[in-house]
Design a protein around this ligand. Structure first.
Ligand SMILES: NC(=O)c1ccc[n+]([C@@H]2O[C@H](COP(=O)([O-])OP(=O)(O)OC[C@H]3O[C@@H](n4cnc5c(N)ncnc54)[C@H](O)[C@@H]3O)[C@@H](O)[C@H]2O)c1
Length: 354
C-alpha cells in the first residue's frame, strides 16, 4: 500500500483518541496508510466545512449525516463515511449511495457488552440497587422500599433477536433461568434453543420485562407508544439499550404516572443528540420530558454507554481502521452499507430520514 489518506474523526472523545491512536500505531498497514485528525465536536451542517482536506470521515451515533451534509462532504472531496458504531439511523444512506460515498459501519463489537448492560439495568431496577447505594451511604440500612422480585422464572420479551438480542437471550435463558419470548420479523433458528417467537402484541402482553434490541427504522420508530404500553402487563419493566426513537417519551411518562409501566431503564433517549456525551452538569437542561423522567424512582437513564467497554472500544477501532484500509486499497469492504448502485441493507431496515 503506498497511498496515504486523511481520516477526520468527529465527536472524538479522549477514549476515542486513545483507542484509535493505539490501534493505529500498532498496525503497520494503518499507520502507513492513514493520517488521523481528531475533532471533538459533532459533524453536522455547522461543522462540515472542517472536513475539507479529508479523504474520509469517521463519525459516531449523534453526528447528523443528512443529505445536505453528505453533499457538502462530497463537494469537499470526501469519499467515505466510516461509522464507528453498528446503527446507521443517523445517515441518509440513499443520499450517500447517490453521491457514490462508501459508508461502512462496525456491525458487531462485543454484543455481549450491550447485552450485559441491559441485564445490569434490569437488575438495578428490579433489586433497586440504585436506591440502596444512596441510602446506605447516609447510614440508612432499612430495607423498606427496596423489595425486588426474583428474575428466575420471569418472562422476558426480546424485541429484535440479532447479535445483541441473542446475547441477552443466552444470558437470561441459560444464566438466570428466565422464560424468553422474542419478536423479530426475520426469525432465525439461532434463538430456538432459548425460547419461542411470538407476535409483538403477544410478547408485550406476556412479558414481565421487555428489552428492545431492534434497529431504529421507519417501521420501528415509536414501536413503544400509548397503544403498545396499554397492551403490556401492568407493572412490567421496559428496557431500551437500542435507539431512543423506538420509544415515544410522552407515552412512557403517562404510563409511569398511571403505574401501568412498573419501571423504565433507558440507555438511549430520543432527544439525546444535544445532551449525551457532554458534561452539562453546570447548565440548565431544557428538556422537560427527560427531566420529568428522572424524577421517577423507578426510572434509570444512562447516557448511551452500553457499548462502553475496553473490549468494544478496541474492536471498534480495529474494525474502523480496517474499513479505511479496504477503502484505500479499493478492495471490497465487507462492512459496506452501500455500493455498486444498491443498498446492502434490507429495504425495511432503512433508517428514519433525518
Ligand atoms: N446502547 C448502545 O451502546 C448500543 C450499542 C450497539 C448497538 N446498539 C443498538 O442495538 C441495535 C441492535 O444491534 P445488533 O448488533 O443486535 O443488530 P442486529 O442487526 O444484529 O440485530 C437487529 C435485529 O433486529 C431485527 N429487526 C429488524 N426490524 C425489526 C422489527 N421491526 N421488530 C423487531 N425486530 C426487528 C433484525 O431482524 C435483527 O435480527 C442496533 O440497531 C443499535 O441501534 C446500541
Amino acid at each position: 500500500m503506498t497511498t496515504t489518506m486523511n481520516l477526520a474523526v468527529f465527536s472524538a472523545k479522549s477514549y476515542d483518541k486513545e483507542y484509535l491512536s493505539r490501534v493505529h500505531a500498532a498496525s503497520p498497514q494503518a499507520s502507513t496508510a492513514i493520517t488521523l485528525t481528531f475533532h471533538d465536536f459533532t459533524l453536522c451542517s455547522d461543522t462540515v466545512a472542517l472536513a475539507a482536506g479529508a479523504d474520509a470521515v469517521c463519525v459516531f451515533v449523534n453526528d447528523a449525516l443528512s443529505a445536505p451534509v453528505l453533499q457538502s462532504l462530497a463537494d469537499a472531496g470526501v469519499r467515505a463515511v466510516l461509522l464507528r458504531c453498528a446503527g446507521y439511523n443517523n445517515i441518509d444512506l440513499l443520499a450517500a449511495e447517490r453521491l457514490g460515498l462508501l459508508v461502512a459501519n462496525v456491525p458487531s463489537y462485543s454484543p455481549e457488552a450491550v447485552a450485559e448492560f441491559a441485564v445490569a439495568l434490569i437488575q438495578t431496577l428490579n433489586r433497586k440497587t440504585h436506591r440502596a447505594y444512596n441510602r446506605v451511604r447516609e447510614g440508612n440500612f432499612a430495607l423498606d422500599g427496596l423489595l425486588g422480585s426474583t428474575l428466575h422464572g420471569k418472562t422476558v420479551g426480546v424485541v429484535g433477536v440479532g447479535r445483541i438480542g441473542l446475547a441477552l437471550a443466552r444470558i437470561l435463558g441459560k444464566g438466570f433461568g428466565c422464560r424468553l419470548l422474542a419478536y423479530d420479523p426475520f426469525p432465525s433458528e439461532a434463538f430456538d434453543e432459548f425460547g419461542e417467537y411470538a407476535a409483538l402484541d403477544e410478547l408485550l402482553a406476556q412479558s414481565d420485562y421487555v428489552s428492545l434490541h431492534c434497529p431504529l427504522t421507519e417501521g420501528t420508530k415509536h414501536i413503544i407508544n400509548a397503544r403498545s404500553l396499554g397492551i403490556m402487563k401492568k407493572g412490567a419493566v421496559l428496557v431500551n439499550t437500542s435507539r431512543g426513537g423506538l420509544v415515544h417519551t410522552e407515552s412512557v411518562i403517562a404510563a409511569l404516572k398511571s403505574k401501568q409501566l412498573g419501571g423504565l431503564a433507558l440507555d438511549v433517549y430520543e432527544a439525546e443528540g444535544d445532551l449525551f456525551y457532554q458534561d452539562r452538569s453546570g447548565e440548565i437542561i431544557e428538556d422537560d420530558e427527560l427531566m420529568r423522567l428522572m424524577t421517577f424512582p423507578n426510572v434509570i437513564v444512562c447516557g448511551h454507554q452500553a457499548f462502553f467497554t475496553e473490549e468494544a472500544l478496541t474492536e471498534i477501532a480495529q474494525c474502523t481502521l480496517q474499513n479505511m484500509c479496504d477503502f484505500i486499497e479499493k478492495v471490497p469492504c465487507k462492512n459496506s452499507l452501500v455500493g455498486e448502485g444498491h443498498l446492502r441493507v434490507r429495504p425495511e431496515s432503512l433508517p428514519v430520514r433525518i
